[in-house]
Ligand binder design. Structure first.
Ligand SMILES: Cc1cc2nc3c(=O)[nH]c(=O)nc-3n(C[C@H](O)[C@H](O)[C@H](O)COP(=O)(O)OP(=O)(O)OC[C@H]3O[C@@H](n4cnc5c(N)ncnc54)[C@H](O)[C@@H]3O)c2cc1C
Length: 501
């Protein structure tokens, strides 16, 4: 009889673990609290507009490039159009001066030299870093769990990584903000803090991103995030796996020192030979396992040693052709403005007109993301103020949108606001985190090392997903699900196999 594996969560990590479990002869079932697959990799429909809640860039979108083989195995990319961009984002100041973060390092370097000749050496060093990382296969960092690597695996790993250790040491511990502060030009000083999402992101991560965008290996998957996740769910079911939706796991069952199954909130019991949690890390360790298996390291970690990241997403469906507009532009505000509890100095406006399947013809979804804190929204949740605050944030941002695109206010057909509480409610992620532990110049080393996927005192139990791979991201958590099955196969003394859909 095949060994039974139960998996908590049908996010990308859980779906991936499920697919590889089936490929390796296990009989697996996934228990998911929501009624759709994907977890954070999701989208929702409002009046004919598909509001995407996740992927801006997918590493592995380019055939034959790093991470692509895994997506082929997961059935996620076959016959899916990939939409590449020539620029990541542009930053525009009050006078209309524009810094374009071109993906192509040559074009970027030339543009930066033209914008600010005084900053040419810094700009050239950055472009050289991007060129160097264009040759780096990032997936080797996680292609096999370190614990089970053979001497041949280590040789391959070191051969792939060693040529880049100098560049990693140089750029991995430098934040975008500290890099930005070295520039003379005020637009570039402001711009470098904005283009990669958050200002204490290691610059190396931004370089990787541009390098993969330049290689045409970080595209937007046409159809959006939910369609992408749906393809992996279908692959899992085609491999014989079963997903139970609206199945909220309360407890991981333990006998002796072994995980033996799950109990759901409806009191149903599901016994298994192995348990994989691809759900929220804190919920798994503190609640489903009742804090019993936490060493001091994990306790410290969850007691606040690493930062989290959540946000507010304001989206509109607009009856306006946006296709000639830059797909992502951040506008520097003339004076700081308090929006959603935090002072803002810039506002990034994104649209999805590049994928016509996401809106009725000639219309588009437009979106603004604002960094936010869970506490701010939690304090007012359940009170009338919560809805009022959501509306106020939406109104404030709409004011800016109207200044940028005159007339757009009257073209808005639908508005939608997501807060950190929405992320928490729909995916169970602690404090509404959108990527687990936030990746910063100080957490970089932990990212490369990863966090424990097994607990010393508990056998037959594995963890996968963004809470064991700081920084998260769709390809990294998919690899994490794959790694969990590699560990399981290793523990069961059987070879790991992967097949292509
Ligand atoms: C706005 C946004 C933009 C992003 N942009 C990108 C991007 O451009 N590129 C990129 O690569 N990544 C991006 N990410 C990050 C990426 O989406 C996540 O890191 C990744 O999807 C996390 O996957 P996961 O499977 O680890 O976790 P999750 O997606 O959180 O999945 C966990 C699943 O477990 C379920 N669950 C939780 N508790 C229980 C329970 N008790 N019982 C049953 N089920 C449970 C949840 O419902 C969920 O489905 C973005 C994320 C967000 C929110």
């Amino acid at each position: 009889m095949p060994r039974k594996v139960v998996i908590i969560g049908a996010g990308i990590a859980g779906l991936s673990a499920g697919c590889y479990a089936q490929m390796n002869g296990y009989d697996s079932e996934i228990f998911e609290l929501h009624d759709i697959p994907g977890g954070l990799c999701t989208a929702w429909e409002r009046k004919g507009y598909v509001i995407d809640g996740c992927i801006h860039y997918l590493f592995g979108s380019g055939e034959g490039q790093p991470f692509n083989q895994m997506w082929q195995e997961l059935g996620a990319v076959q016959s899916r159009e990939m939409i590449d961009h020539d620029e990541l984002m542009r930053v525009i100041d009050g006078d209309g001066r524009t810094f374009v973060a071109y993906c192509d390092p040559d074009r970027l370097e030339a543009h930066l030299h033209e914008l600010s000749p005084a900053d040419a050496p810094l700009s050239s060093a950055f472009a050289a870093g991007v060129r160097q990382f264009q040759r780096f296969d990032m997936s080797v960092l996680q292609s096999k769990p370190r614990r089970i690597m053979t001497p041949a695996d280590w040789a391959h790993f070191l051969g792939a990584v060693l040529p880049y250790t100098g560049a990693m040491a140089r750029w991995g511990r430098l934040s975008a903000a500290r890099f930005a502060n070295r520039f003379h030009d005020p637009l570039l000083r402001a711009g470098w803090k904005l283009v990669f999402g958050w200002e204490n992101i290691p610059l190396m991560v931004g370089m990787f991103l541009l390098a993969y965008l330049a290689n045409r290996n970080a595209a937007f998957p046409a159809g959006g995030s939910l369609a992408f996740a749906g393809a992996i769910a279908r692959r899992y079911e085609a491999l014989g796996g079963k997903i139970h939706y609206k199945a909220d796991v309360e407890r991981i069952l333990v006998e002796g020192n072994k995980a033996v199954g799950l109990r759901l909130y409806d009191d149903s019991i599901h016994m298994a030979d192995a348990v994989i949690s691809a759900a929220d890390g804190r919920d798994t360790l503190f609640s489903m396992l009742g804090e019993e298996y936490l060493g001091p390291g994990l306790k410290r970690l969850y007691n606040g040693s690493l930062p989290l990241h959540s946000q507010v997403q304001v989206s509109w469906g607009v009856a306006r052709d946006m296709s000639a507009e830059p797909h992502w532009a951040t506008y520097l505000l003339e004076k700081p403005e308090l929006i959603g509890g935090l002072e803002r100095t810039a506002l990034g406006v994104k649209h999805y007109a590049f994928d016509p399947s996401l809106a009725p013809e000639g219309k588009a979804v437009v979106e603004v993301m604002l960094e936010s804190t869970y506490d701010y929204w939690q304090r007012i949740y359940g009170r009338r103020l919560y809805d009022t605050e959501q509306r106020q944030v939406c109104d404030q941002v709409t004011e800016h949108l109207e200044r940028i695109y005159p007339g757009i206010r009257n073209q808005i057909e639908v508005s939608d606001v997501v807060t950190p509480l929405s992320y928490e409610r729909y995916t169970g992620n602690w404090l509404g985190s959108t990527c687990g532990w936030l990746l910063t110049d100080r957490t970089m080393v932990k990212m490369i090392a990863g966090l424990p996927k097994k607990l010393r005192a508990l056998q037959n139990f594995y963890m996968a997903g963004q809470w064991v791979e700081p920084g998260g991201s769709v390809p990294v958590v998919a690899l994490s699900g794959r790694n969990a099955i590699q560990l399981l196969c290793h523990d069961d003394r059987q070879p790991f196999v992967a097949t292509t859909a």
